[in-house]
Design a protein around this ligand. Structure first.
Ligand SMILES: [Mn+2]
Length: 244
C-alpha cells in the first residue's frame, strides 16, 4: 500500500533525460502503487490538450498505461500546465483536482496543492495567475490554432524567465502565515505541495495541534518522489540512471 507524490518535473521534448526517468518511474515504480498524485508542473509548459505531438502523445500514453492497470492517478495544475484540462483527463484516465484538495491518506487527512498560491509575497505572479486562470480567457485560448498558441507561449515563457532573474529568491518561497491560514481553513494538519523546488519536511505548531508541510522536489538533476505508506513517508530521489 503506497501512494506516490511528484511535482515539478518540467517535462519537455528538449530534455529527454528527464522524460526517460519519468517513463521508467511510471512503468517500474508507479505501476505498483495504489495511487499517484502529480501536484503540478509535470510539463515545462502544456500548450493545450489539442497538442498531438509525439512528446504529448507519449506522456498521455504513460498515464493511460498506469490507469488501465488500476493505479488511481490525480493531477493538479501547476503554473506551467494550467491548460491541462478535461480532454487530457479523459484520454489518460487521470482525475483532475482543484487548486486545493483534501485527500484521505491512509486515515490521515492531507491537503494537496501545487503551492504557487502560497507564495503570497509574489504579488506580480499572483496578478498573472489571476489573469490566465479566467475561464473565458482559457476557453478563447483553447480555440486558437496550435501554431499561434506556440508563438504566444514562447513570448510568455521568455517574459517569465527574465522576470525571475530580477527577483530575490526568497520572494518565491511560501508565506508561512498563508500556509497556516490555508491549513486552518481546511482544518488539516498535513499539507503536501511542490512549486518552490525546496524539498523539505517542515514541522511547526502555530496553535495547539502540531502541523506538517511536506515540499516535493523538482526533477532538474534527479527524480524526486514522496513515498507515503500507512506506516511512514519519505522524500526520495531517483538518479536519472537509477532504473536499470
Ligand atoms: Mn510551479
Amino acid at each position: 500500500m503506497t501512494t506516490l507524490f511528484i511535482s515539478d518535473l518540467h517535462l519537455s521534448p528538449a530534455l529527454p533525460e528527464i522524460t526517460d526517468c519519468f517513463v521508467r518511474f511510471m512503468r517500474e515504480e508507479a505501476i505498483h502503487a495504489d495511487a499517484l498524485y502529480v501536484l503540478g508542473d509535470l510539463f515545462d509548459f502544456w500548450i493545450g490538450d489539442d497538442d498531438r505531438s509525439d512528446f504529448a502523445t507519449q506522456i498521455r500514453s504513460e498515464f493511460k498505461l498506469l490507469t488501465s492497470h488500476g493505479v488511481s492517478c490525480y493531477f493538479t495544475q501547476g503554473n506551467r500546465d494550467f491548460l491541462v484540462g478535461k480532454r487530457f483527463a479523459k484520454e489518460t484516465g487521470v482525475t483532475l483536482l482543484g487548486d486545493e484538495t483534501v485527500i484521505d491518506l491512509y486515515d490521515k487527512k492531507a491537503l494537496v496543492l501545487h503551492g504557487d498560491t502560497l507564495c503570497t509575497d509574489d504579488l506580480e505572479y499572483l496578478k498573472f495567475r489571476q489573469t490566465v486562470h479566467q475561464p473565458w480567457l482559457q476557453k478563447l485560448f483553447n480555440r486558437i490554432p496550435l501554431f499561434i498558441k506556440k508563438k504566444i507561449i514562447n513570448k510568455v515563457q521568455t517574459d517569465i524567465r527574465s522576470d525571475k532573474q530580477h527577483k530575490p529568491l526568497d520572494i518565491m518561497d511560501v508565506n508561512q502565515l498563508e500556509v497556516e491560514r490555508v491549513m486552518e481553513k481546511h482544518q488539516i494538519d498535513l499539507m503536501i505541495h511542490g512549486h518552490t523546488h525546496r524539498p523539505n519536511i517542515h514541522r511547526f505548531q502555530p496553535s495547539e495541534r502540531p502541523k506538517m508541510r511536506i515540499v516535493l522536489g523538482d526533477w532538474y538533476t534527479q527524480g524526486s518522489v514522496l513515498v507515503f505508506t500507512k506506516e511512514r513517508f519519505t522524500l526520495e530521489v531517483r538518479q536519472f540512471n537509477h532504473f536499470p
